[in-house]
Unconditional design. Structure first.
Length: 308
C-alpha cells in the first residue's frame, strides 16, 4: 500500500515522519526562535509544531487534498514540502515574536552602545569580549518589567498593525536587559524577554489545553463517547455562525482568521471575537474529563456544518 493510498483512506500515520522532517528542516532554514523558553528547540517543541500543523486550520483536510492532487508518492512528497513551507511562512507572519526580532535587530544596529557580535548575539560594547550569557532568564525578565514603556506609536485605526511601543522604549528595554546580562546575549532570548514585557504572546501560548491539539489529530483514535458528543452538541447549539466559522482558528491569530474566515470582520475585531470564543470554550470545558473527545466531536460538528 503506497503513502498516497494511506492518505486517501484518511490514515495519516505514514505521513507523520515526512512532515516532521520537513518541519525540522524549515525551522533550521528560517532560524525560527524556540517557543519553550530555551535557546534551542527541544523535542517537545517539534512535537507541538507537528501537532499545530496537523490540528490548526484544517490540517487533516489539507492532507486529504494533497492526496487528491498528487499522482504518485514522489509528487506527494514534493507537494508536502511546499505545504510545510507555506505553513511556516504563514505562521511567521501571524506570530509576533519573529517580527519583534527583526524590529529589535534594526534598532540595535543603530544603537552606538551596542555591538552586534554575530547574527544571533548582541552585547553592550563594554561586555562584548566576555563569554556568552548563560544566567537566569527570570532575573532579566524582572529587569525588563521595571522599565517604563510608551504606548504604541500608531493609532488603533491604522491601515496595518504597528509596533507595540515606540523607538525610545525599545532602546531603553534593550539597554537595561543587556546591562543586566553583563555579557553577550542571544538575540532570541532578548526578543523573548522584550516580548514578555510588551505582553506579546505566541499562538501556541493561548491553547485551550496543552494536549488538545495532539488529541485532535491523534491517528487511530477511538470513537467519541456518547457523553462527549452530547456536551459538544450543547456547546455547538450556543454558538452563532461567526463562532462556528472561527472554531478551526482557535490556534490561529486574528489576522489569519480575518483573511480566511467568512465572518466579515477586520483583523482587530476578529481577534477580539477569537479571544472571547477561547474564553467561553475554556469555561465550557473546565473540569471535563474527556475534553479531547469533546473537541473532536466539535470538529466533527463543524465539518458537518461546513458542508451545508
Amino acid at each position: 500500500m503506497t503513502l498516497l493510498d494511506h492518505l486517501r483512506q484518511e490514515d495519516w500515520t505514514p505521513a507523520i515522519p515526512l512532515i516532521d522532517r520537513a518541519l525540522c528542516a524549515g525551522v533550521r532554514i528560517r532560524h525560527i526562535p524556540a517557543p519553550s523558553g530555551h535557546a534551542n528547540w527541544l523535542e517537545e517543541d517539534y512535537e507541538e509544531l507537528l501537532a499545530e500543523f496537523l490540528a490548526a486550520g484544517r490540517g487533516p483536510a489539507r492532507l486529504v487534498q494533497l492526496a487528491i492532487d498528487a499522482v504518485d508518492d514522489q509528487h506527494l512528497r514534493g507537494l508536502l514540502d511546499k505545504t510545510v513551507k507555506w505553513f511556516l511562512a504563514d505562521r511567521a507572519r501571524e506570530d509576533p515574536l519573529p517580527k519583534l526580532r527583526r524590529t529589535l535587530r534594526t534598532i540595535l544596529d543603530r544603537m552606538p552602545t551596542v555591538i552586534v557580535v554575530d547574527t544571533a548575539t548582541v552585547s553592550l560594547a563594554e561586555y562584548c569580549h566576555r563569554d556568552q550569557w548563560g544566567g537566569d532568564e527570570a532575573k532579566l525578565v524582572a529587569v525588563a518589567a521595571a522599565v517604563t514603556t510608551g504606548p504604541p506609536p500608531w493609532g488603533a485605526d491604522a491601515a496595518r498593525e504597528g509596533p507595540p511601543t515606540d523607538k525610545e522604549s525599545f532602546e531603553a528595554l534593550c539597554a537595561a536587559i543587556l546591562k543586566a546580562a553583563g555579557a553577550p546575549l542571544s538575540l532570541n532570548i532578548l526578543t523573548r524577554i522584550v516580548g514578555k514585557r510588551l505582553q506579546l504572546h505566541r499562538r501556541w501560548d493561548d491553547r485551550l489545553d496543552d494536549d488538545v491539539s495532539v488529541g485532535v489529530i491523534a491517528t487511530g483514535s477511538p470513537p467519541v463517547s456518547a457523553s462527549a458528543r452530547v456536551l459538544a452538541v450543547e456547546i455547538w447549539d450556543e454558538l452563532d455562525d461567526q463562532d462556528r466559522e472561527l472554531m478551526t482558528y482557535l490556534d490561529a491569530g486574528g489576522r489569519l482568521a480575518a483573511r480566511e474566515a467568512r465572518i466579515g470582520l477586520a483583523k482587530s475585531a476578529t481577534q477580539v471575537r477569537l479571544d472571547d470564543l477561547k474564553s467561553r470554550m475554556a469555561l465550557a470545558l473546565d473540569g471535563v474529563t474527556d475534553k479531547i473527545d469533546v473537541i473532536r466531536a466539535l470538529i466533527d460538528l463543524h465539518a458537518e456544518w461546513n458542508k451545508r
